[in-house]
Design a protein around this ligand. Structure first.
Ligand code: MG
Length: 399
């Protein structure tokens, strides 16, 4: 008799800034369950409904061992596919089934992928400040904790543009000035290199804020600072421009957190136009497609740098790290620095020691959820401001 899916529970909790969606797949075997991340915080109600009304009825009674079959069928069951809401819903089930398979095998999930090639995963941390001096101070504080890779930003994405001249009746929004942002960021990089030397690893996230030709120029201008990578220098709609950047400089390029569809990552990898692929794993449909992309990227010399901010759940972060331990082409892992409350709600959440992430080597994903405690932090509704980005004249821009 196969072990089957008996129930699917959607748990939504907000212990910090992010509305986290965790899927718990309960099996016909007493006490056996798995957890998966389905966190799309900006549209959590839509994912919740997709799981409860569409995915749950589809998976109930299915054999838990058939992860690949479930994933293939779930992707086309709604006929239209590759959207963020359904990809996240499918990811919740997919990751939970990997967790269950590991528990049944008595092995951590990385063993099911092929085993470890490293003992710990290098992390980078996000490091911003209101001035170059403040960013340097913040880097020094992280260095005390053993961190060696820093994603450096002046202010929030798009920089700090206080001197901007807006037109009359300018509407509300998250304004930024692309030219000021580029100038200030190059100054920041020069200041950090002058203060801290060439040994530390620097990353920077453009967050798709530039026009394509400015992106080409900016990537060139960053070249002397020898970044570990330059992230999202173009929006997903303009990825054909990566060819132009490649022809002009050797700045390493990272891309992918907004990708939903294989057509977005396939050509960039196959044409060797980026160096790091960094999808948000729940957003691409779970561990199953991420494993395939990692193996595919490896054939082209492209490394992984899975998206790992605070709007990935602790369960999702743990999935990232299982992939990191196994993938020969692992590059770096973004890490969000969880709070003590996150560790209380999610026992088994990995830890960073001296700049490396470690797993606990429990069977499955090795992470659990304290549902009673999670329920004390219900999700809050919000209209998101930071994505209402505008250029100085008020034009809506990519956030
Ligand atoms: Mg990013």
């Amino acid at each position: 008799m196969p072990i089957t899916i008996k129930d699917v529970k959607t748990i939504i909790t907000q212990p910090g800034k992010s509305q986290l969606i965790i899927v718990k797949v309960i099996t016909s075997e007493p006490g056996l369950y798995g957890l998966g991340c389905a966190t799309y915080k900006q549209r959590f109600h839509a994912v919740h409904t997709a799981i409860e009304k569409h995915i749950k009825p589809f998976v109930l009674g299915r054999d838990v061992s058939r992860i690949e079959e479930m994933w293939q069928m779930a992707m086309v069951n709604g006929y239209w596919r590759n959207g963020p809401v359904m990809n996240n819903a499918i990811s919740g089930i997919d990751q939970a089934l990997w967790d269950i398979k590991g528990k049944l095998a008595g092995m951590p999930v990385y063993q099911l992928l092929g085993g470890k090639v490293r003992e710990g995963a290098h992390v980078y941390v996000h490091c911003d400040g209101r001035s170059p001096e403040q960013v340097v101070d913040n880097i020094r504080a992280f260095q005390q904790q053993g961190i060696r890779y820093f994603r450096v930003q002046l202010g929030i994405y798009g920089g700090i543009s206080e001197e901007m001249v807006k037109p009359e009746n300018a509407p509300a929004g998250a304004y930024f000035d692309p030219k000021a942002y580029m100038r200030d960021t190059l100054n920041l990089l020069a200041h950090i290199r002058a203060e801290l030397g060439d040994e530390i690893e620097l990353l920077h996230d453009v967050h798709e804020r530039l026009t394509p030709i400015d992106a080409v120029q900016f990537a060139k201008d960053c070249e002397p600072f020898k970044l570990f990578f330059l992230e999202d220098v173009l929006p997903p709609e303009q990825t054909a421009w990566f060819r132009n950047i490649r022809q002009q400089c050797a700045t390493p390029l990272a891309m992918g957190e907004l990708f939903n569809n294989p057509h977005e990552w396939q050509p960039l990898i196959a044409n060797r136009q980026i160096d790091f692929i960094r999808m948000h794993i729940s957003q691409m449909g779970g561990l199953t497609p991420a494993r395939n992309v990692a193996a595919f990227a490896n054939m082209f010399g492209v490394r992984t740098a899975w998206h790992g901010p605070s709007d990935t759940s602790p369960v999702g972060h743990t999935v990232n790290i299982h992939l990191d331990m196994w993938a020969p082409n692992f590059g770096i892992q973004e890490w969000y620095r969880p709070k003590p409350l996150d560790y209380d709600i999610f026992p088994g959440l990995p830890e960073v020691r001296n700049g490396y992430l470690y797993l606990n080597d429990q069977p499955g994903l090795g992470i659990d959820i304290n549902e009673e405690l999670a329920a004390k932090y219900p999700p809050k509704d919000e209209v998101i401001d930071w994505t209402q980005a505008r250029l100085p004249d008020g034009t809506p821009a990519r956030p």
